[in-house]
Design a protein around this ligand. Structure first.
Ligand code: AMP
Length: 394
């Protein structure tokens, strides 16, 4: 039995889970928020109870020290030596990293060299990795990459039809994200079908604030909706998903804004929020739609239509699919949104069972017995996947 720490470092936050492996038992979890700001918040769950403290935490290094010492104070571990390894969620592995790897100096140097592919996330990920390595220099640190699972996407699907040197010189291609979740969920789905991942085709809809769909053929990602960045694909909480790229220059001229400012609109003021004008949160939209708000319903429908389009296209691309799976915040909880999508797929023989679909946050078959394709909800668990990969590299 080994204790593995799964870490997800953002620009001002650090989420963690300590797991006992290989049992996959959660020991404790928590989050440090507002790092580098006034009144940072440290919270940790112990025996189901949440403890919260307001502290001044200037940087990620201090956050890591506080967190590890807290584990000792709370008698969750007796010494740092009990932590056998640390798995770091890393947003981007560029075109080189195709699987989880031990993070030595060479790997960190490589990640530094591709920071501009995902500056908002990769920079903070690296800060988290360095902070943990400094405090725990003797354990292995493993990088688990959001992009790695998508390395099996064939050239015809990852290449944009743009001048070829954009790809060769500037690395412009589809990378895809949420790979750890797509892998976990598609493997779990194979288990539920009583088959090996190699023997099934699964379409995973990871629909949270960020959202992407993945075609998983025989256990391998063969296409996904997010692309060079997490902006591509289906509309999300605040992101537009696909638009005609010519809109960018048109709106720059109309609004007298820079490309950066318009891209910011596409990332932060679009999707659910942009269309509804109400909220980026699916709970608010579901409630508003139910009380007759047209734009809230429209925001949900615009996303559901695009989801159904992609699911149908992946169904054709893979030559059929054994299952469609919903996961993440909206996929696990938004009952009417799931039904909305599946009802659009009737031509594939997909049929929802409304009674089964009424449950939230649980692993559940939600298709009818006479549905030609099984539809599941499978709660995602990226941390377990991170801990599994870390354990296998120790
Ligand atoms: P995530 O990014 O995976 O944490 O997902 C966040 C999204 O899940 C937000 O849009 C939430 O509104 C949505 N969500 C969480 N609970 C519910 C719920 N009960 N009904 C509808 N959406 C929900």
């Amino acid at each position: 039995m080994k204790k593995i720490m799964a870490v997800n470092a953002g620009s001002s936050s650090l989420k963690f889970q300590l797991l006992e492996m290989p049992e996959e038992k959660l020991v404790t979890s928590g989050i440090v928020e507002r790092i580098g700001m006034k009144h940072s918040i440290f919270s940790i769950k112990v025996n189901g109870e949440k403890l919260e403290e307001t502290l001044e935490i200037e940087n990620h290094g201090i956050a890591v020290n506080i967190l590890l010492n807290k584990l000792i104070d709370l008698k969750i571990i007796a010494s740092f030596d009990e932590i056998a390894g640390v798995g770091h969620r890393v947003v981007h592995g560029g075109d080189r990293i195709a699987e989880s790897i031990v993070l030595e100096q060479d790997e960190i140097d490589y990640l530094e060299s591709i920071v501009d592919l995902a500056p908002l996330h990769l920079g903070p990920n690296l800060i988290g990795i360095k902070a943990f390595k400094e405090v725990l220099p003797h354990v292995k640190h493993v990088g688990v990459f959001d992009t790695a699972f998508h390395h099996t996407i064939p050239e015809e699907a990852f290449l944009y039809a743009v001048p070829y040197d954009w790809y060769t010189q500037y690395k412009v291609r589809k990378y895809g994200f949420h790979g750890t979740s797509h892998k976990y969920v598609s493997y779990r789905c194979a288990e539920l079908l009583g088959k090996k991942p190699e023997d099934v085709n699964v379409i995973v809809a990871h629909i949270g604030n960020g959202a992407s769909i993945c075609a998983v053929k025989g256990g391998l990602s063969v296409d996904t909706t997010m692309g060079f960045t997490p902006l591509e694909g289906i509309p999300m909480g605040t992101r537009s998903g696909n638009i005609d790229p010519a809109i960018i220059e048109y709106m720059m001229n109309k609004k007298h804004k820079s490309a950066k400012e318009i891209t910011n609109f596409l990332n932060k003021q679009s999707g659910y929020l942009g269309v509804s004008g109400i909220s980026s949160d699916s709970r608010d939209l579901v409630a508003a739609a139910e009380s007759g708000n047209h734009r809230a319903k429209l925001a949900i429908d615009v996303q559901a239509k695009r989801m159904a389009d992609y699911i149908a296209s992946y169904y054709v691309y893979m030559g059929g699919a054994d299952a469609i799976v919903f996961t993440a915040g909206i996929g696990e909880n938004a009952v009417p949104t799931r039904a909305n999508v599946i009802e659009r797929l009737a031509v594939l023989g997909a049929k929802i069972d409304h009674e089964r679909n009424s449950k939230v946050r649980v692993e559940q078959l939600i298709s009818a017995d006479d549905s030609k394709i099984k539809v599941f909800v499978i709660p995602t668990n990226e941390e377990v996947m991170i801990a599994r990969d870390t354990l296998s590299l120790l």
